[in-house]
Design a protein around this ligand. Structure first.
Ligand SMILES: *[C@@H]1O[C@H](CO)[C@@H](O)[C@H](O)[C@H]1NC(C)=O
Ligand SMILES: *[C@@H]1O[C@H](CO)[C@@H](O)[C@H](O)[C@H]1NC(C)=O
Length: 117
């Protein structure tokens, strides 16, 4: 069961790599997705975050230049997370803390990303 779930996640990731482009802002959703892909297993299963996941989180944090970037990343993470079966939002929001850093917003299905500063 865990194996088929992983396979599903893998195909999901492949899907996410090729879909969507977001022209306007400097920080694209594709870039955010690439950075956070290694965090997906933690988002679903919990356990330990990988160093690759944390590196992605650090890269993302370093890339925020404006509220626009943060709102875009918020919307991106929210939209992508909603596509992944079994995504646990408590785990998702634990990731930055696990990496010893912070995220400027929390992601839940109800998060209003337009309100992110
Ligand atoms: C998490 O990492 C710690 C320390 O490396 C290890 O002892 C523990 O078993 C790991 N937990 C899981 C769920 O992999
Ligand atoms: C989301 O936040 C924006 C900015 O604060 C606000 O204008 C909008 O009404 C909010 N939308 C919802 C659904 O709460």
């Amino acid at each position: 069961m865990a194996v088929s779930k992983l396979a599903l996640v893998a195909s999901m990731m492949a899907c996410m790599m090729i879909t969507s482009s977001n022209g306007e802002s400097t920080l694209t959703c594709d870039q955010v997705t690439v950075w956070l892909l290694p965090c997906i297993p933690y988002g679903i299963f919990g356990g330990n975050v990988t160093s690759l996941c944390c590196e992605g989180v650090y890269s993302l944090n370093a890339a925020y230049k404006s509220g626009e970037d943060r709102r875009g990343a918020c919307q991106c993470i929210k939209d992508r997370a909603a596509l992944i079966p079994g995504m646990d939002y408590n785990h998702v929001n634990e990731v930055p803390g696990r990496c010893g850093t912070k995220c400027p917003f929390k992601v839940y299905p109800s998060t209003n990303c337009s309100a992110v500063k």
